[in-house]
Write a protein that binds this ligand. Sequence first.
Ligand code: PLP
Length: 382
Amino acid sequence: MPYFDANATTPLAPTARDAWLEVSEEDWANPSSPTRAAARARVRLEDNRQAWAAAFAVRPEQVVFTAGATEANNAVFAHLAQQAGAGARVLLSAVEHPCVLEPAEHWFPGRIERLAVDRGGRLDLNALRARLAAGPCAAVAVMAANNETGVLQPVAEVAEACRGHGAAFVCDAAQWAGKLPLDGLPRADYLTLSGHKFGGPRGVGVLVLGEAAAGFRGRRGGPQEHDHHAGTEDLAGIAALTAAFRAQPPEGWPSAGRDAFVASLAETAYEALGAVHPRLPNTVSLLLPRHRASRWIARLDRRGWAVSSGSACSTGKEGPSHVLAAMGLEAEAAHRVLRLSSLPEASVDDWLGLRAALDAVLRELDEDEGKERLTTVVEIDL
Ligand code: PLP
């Protein structure tokens, strides 16, 4: 089935599955145990840590394996709250994922300031600089790439601004990692990523700690992860995560299909949101000419095309996405937005096939609405 919901999750990569099975069968010992089998598991764990340390050009102790991005971001904000002085503020881009927004609101009630984005969904750096200059600030959270629009945020400039003001920089890189080269990311004090966004298993991720993160204790209850994150490591999951990452194209996912799709929208009633900015190579946030996105999703699904509206987490939630609202979309328009996000193997033909399917669905929905109107008129006439 043509799959265009990759920003929600991706299927397990074959190499990740092999790595998971191998470790589960051969190196299943608890890496903290005193046995020889455990020592082997420990070596494997540290080899994986070393691989991520090399990918980020950091020391191995700065790499913490986590239970995914949501878990890691919760741990980061709990830690920041313990460290921050009373009254310290936290700045967040208005388009952060709920797994950043909600822990931040929970741990810093009444002390969160949301930073505006422009109509294309990219952070307004002047707003950030003005808020930083306004007083002490414990942390700034700006994601690397938005899950709904694919828009890349100016994280290098954010990192620099944070350094200048002594604020910790929290960067949710869940959508960037695997899709784009990691050397495009700046140093952050807390950077999180998630395995299942690039062919790894769910519930496994990486937190990279920066210089300002000394003393980080994400969870208590054991000395694992160099004392940073208690709990028996999911070594099979970690091995699968690393294998999935290694299977990604080093230059990043291809964008040819997405570009052909966007080009095909010229002079039509569809609009690609955020297209003025650099974006993830696999994502289109598509403003539809009419009819609610939920109706399109059902019709496309029946035809075999998996797409979504906004983020998977907000599907089924009342109200339009906070990301689209921050971009200035009225609620009615925000209900007409589809998120199309492909896997790296999607071809130009797959994208153009989706384009044709959209036109067919539009005709169908228009016809149905015509019939519904006719029925109403007949009923009123009777
Ligand atoms: N951050 C972003 C930008 C995401 O898109 C997601 C996944 O939807 C997450 C964080 C959460 O990641 P996880 O599923 O690993 O908790």
